[in-house]
Each structure stands twice: as structure tokens, then as C-alpha cells.
Design a protein around this ligand. Structure first.
Ligand SMILES: Cc1ncc(COP(=O)(O)O)c(C=O)c1O
Length: 379
């Protein structure tokens, strides 16, 4: 047989997947590793999809997504973030990950650099790698409240830098970028003439303060906003998200949709319409549950004297387990205490002393998992 693609052979898999695979061979494991709402998709959203399927709404949609959905999204973006956009600025994608993937691919050529947060969502690195570009990490350090430092970023930008990826609220830190910083980051991108891909898939899951969208500060079409139905509406399996971009960029994204996936699922797009048009109370209910889970987690962690980053958004807690290598730590925690967590190293080199737990797990599991983590630490 001829050799398989070297690039794909060399593609690294997520460290969370390794823990999940290991946990899959064991019984009675407490699962805190996966970033996925436990909730079922709200019934009115499911009904809309069923009705659409029964009515024969089962064919391809335009590459860019249904015009009806794009119009609703454009209205929502305008309402939420005060940005004047039309359906032409919206591309409906296969989840948020689909939007990040085509946004990166649409902007870079081989050898270009893309700045990504450390720690940050692991897919950024693999997506950039698959586009033939080079991920370059910018540090988010505890001493700076895990916020990006403008001067450091300014220095990290080289002639090869094409894109800066921002993620707020962030996975794994739960950091919500203050609006002034978001504004300054967009100004920096403009001064240094680079794009921003602003991953805002957790925009509706905020515990403190308000979400500031980078789109609100964009004056010349250099920000591509990435959003998703997965987290806000418990719709991870429906695979529907969207990108908001200037028309030339949106057209570029649409060409890639055609090449890679044709379009997002038609019934999922109908479900997404129902999600946006109906009452938004379901978001508030889920957010309330995550906030309760956070309070429960904090109580146990504070009792154990374990240091952690208090999230202001998203649904994760970044816990300092003071390990030298959190991948080894997570494997040992799983095999000895039957608690599955995401190793910090999977989010970047700065995560070696940390692990991440998901607040989207059930409350009793969070309490018990953290208690076990406490006794494991003190062994
Ligand atoms: C930061 C971040 N961006 C994007 C995504 C993509 O989610 P989806 O493709 O389900 O919309 C995730 C999922 O975990 C995420 O954590």
C-alpha cells in the first residue's frame, strides 16, 4: 500500500480522548472530563426538527446555510452585540469547530503563523496544523489573571503572523475578556494588520459580568466571530454553529463549506431556527445549574485547600494540582480513584500543573470526584 498522509499520521490526538478511551474500559468511573451539557436538547427544538423532517425538509441547503436561519442569526447578532450585519455576513457551519476550521483555512497559506492561547482549546493547534500553518502560543499566566498581555502579543506578532485567535469565555480557564481589553486587542490587530478569529461559542454561559464580542469593535472586517448552538442549547450532536464575517471572508468560507461538507444538516438548521425564535429561558435554566455546580465545586475545593481559577463563564474549572506532568497525573487519578478529568497538558505546555473538570457533569459526581481528588493529592 502507498503511505498514508504523513501530515495526518503525525496529527496529535487530544489528551482528553486518551482519558476517555481508558475510562471506557473501566466500570463506575466518575466522568468530569468531557465538555458537554448533560441536558437533553429542549423539546421544542427537537419537535421543530421532527416536523421539518416529516415535511420533507431533508435535502441539501445552500452552502452558506438556509437564508431564513441566516436572517434570524443576523438579527440576533445585531441585537446582542450592536453590530450591523445581514444574512450575507453569516455562514452556517458544522458546529463551532467547523467554523474555526474553515476560518483558519480561509485566511492562511502554508507557513503563516496563527497565535493561539496557552492554555487553549486543543483543536486550534490541530486545525492550524492541518491547514499547513504554524500555531504560535501566547501565554495566559496566573499573574496576569490569565488575560492576554497586549505588549507580549505585540511582540509575538511577526511578518508571518496572519491571525490571532481569541476565546472568550474561554475553555479551559473560564476567563471572560473585559470589553476594554477586547477593544484594545481589535485595535492591535488593526495596527499590525492581522485577522482575529474570535471564538465565542460560550457567549451565553456567563456567571459574572457581560460578554463582550470582538465583532462589536471591528471597524474594517478583520474579525471573524465564531458561535455555536452546541453549548447554549445543549445541541452538541446536532452539529450546527455559525461564523460572522465581512462579505469577502464569508464568501471565502462558503467556498470551503462547498469543498468540505456542502452544508450543515438541513434538519439541524431548522432546529437552530426554533432555538433562536422560542423563549430563551432554557439557556438561563442550564446556566443556573452550572452556577450551582460551580458553587458545589468551590465548596469542596476550598475545604480541601486546593487552588483553582474561578470561572466567570463557560463550564469548566481549571484546578492547580501542582503536578509536574498532568497527563501522568490524570492517568493515575483515573486508575486509582476512578475519576476522569482532562489533563492540563492537552491545552498547552502551561497546563502541566493543572487539570480541568467540566461543570456540565452532575453535581454529586462533581462533589465526589473532587473529594477523591483531594485524598489522592495528599497521598
Ligand atoms: C472553545 C471551544 N470552541 C469551539 C468548540 C466547538 O464546539 P462545537 O463544534 O460543538 O460547536 C468547543 C467545544 O468544546 C470549544 O470548547
Amino acid at each position: 500500500m502507498p503511505a498514508l498522509s504523513k501530515m495526518v499520521v503525525d496529527l496529535k490526538r487530544s489528551g482528553i480522548r486518551e482519558i476517555m478511551d481508558m475510562a471506557g474500559t473501566m466500570e463506575d468511573v466518575i466522568h468530569l472530563e468531557v465538555g458537554e451539557p448533560k441536558f437533553d436538547t429542549p423539546p421544542h427544538i427537537v419537535s421543530a426538527a421532527l416536523e421539518a423532517a416529516r415535511a420533507g425538509f431533508t435535502r441539501y441547503t445552500p452552502n452558506k446555510g438556509l437564508l431564513s436561519l441566516r436572517r434570524i442569526i443576523a438579527g440576533r447578532v445585531e441585537e446582542d452585540y450592536g453590530v450591523s450585519v445581514t444574512s450575507e455576513n453569516i455562514v452556517v457551519t458544522v458546529g463551532g469547530v467547523g467554523a474555526v476550521a474553515i476560518a483558519v483555512r480561509a485566511l492562511v497559506d502554508r507557513g503563516d503563523e496563527v497565535l493561539i492561547p496557552d492554555p487553549g482549546w486543543p483543536n486550534y493547534e490541530s486545525i492550524i496544523y492541518c491547514a499547513g500553518a504554524l500555531p504560535k502560543r501566547y501565554p495566559l499566566s496566573r499573574t496576569n489573571g490569565f488575560l492576554p498581555d497586549l505588549n507580549d502579543l505585540d511582540q509575538a506578532i511577526s511578518a508571518k503572523t496572519k491571525v490571532l485567535i481569541l476565546n472568550s469565555p474561554s475553555n479551559p480557564l473560564g476567563v471572560v475578556l473585559p470589553s476594554e481589553l477586547v477593544r484594545d486587542l481589535v485595535t492591535l490587530a488593526k495596527r499590525r494588520d492581522i485577522y482575529i478569529i474570535s471564538d465565542e461559542v460560550y457567549d451565553k454561559i456567563i456567571y459574572e459580568g457581560r460578554h463582550a464580542s470582538a465583532l462589536s469593535y471591528d471597524t474594517d472586517g478583520r474579525v471573524i466571530g465564531v458561535f455555536s448552538f452546541s453549548k447554549s442549547y445543549a445541541m452538541t450532536g446536532w452539529r450546527v454553529g455559525y461564523a460572522v464575517a465581512s462579505e469577502p471572508v464569508a464568501d471565502q468560507l462558503t467556498k470551503l463549506q462547498e469543498a468540505y461538507v456542502s452544508c450543515a444538516s438541513s434538519v439541524s438548521q431548522k432546529a437552530a431556527e426554533a432555538a433562536l425564535l422560542a423563549s430563551q429561558d432554557c439557556i438561563e435554566e442550564m446556566r443556573g445549574t452550572y452556577a450551582g455546580n460551580l458553587a458545589a465545586a468551590r465548596e469542596v475545593l476550598d475545604g480541601l485547600g486546593i487552588r483553582y481559577q474561578v470561572p466567570r463563564g463557560a463550564f469548566y474549572v481549571w484546578i492547580d494540582v501542582n503536578s509536574k506532568d498532568s497527563a501522568t497525573y490524570a492517568r493515575a487519578l483515573l486508575s486509582r480513584e476512578k475519576v476522569a478529568v482532562a489533563p492540563g497538558t492537552t491545552f498547552g505546555p502551561s497546563g502541566s500543573r493543572y487539570i480541568r473538570i467540566s461543570l456540565a457533569s452532575d453535581r454529586d459526581s462533581i462533589r465526589e470526584g473532587l473529594r477523591r481528588l483531594g485524598s489522592f493529592q495528599h497521598e
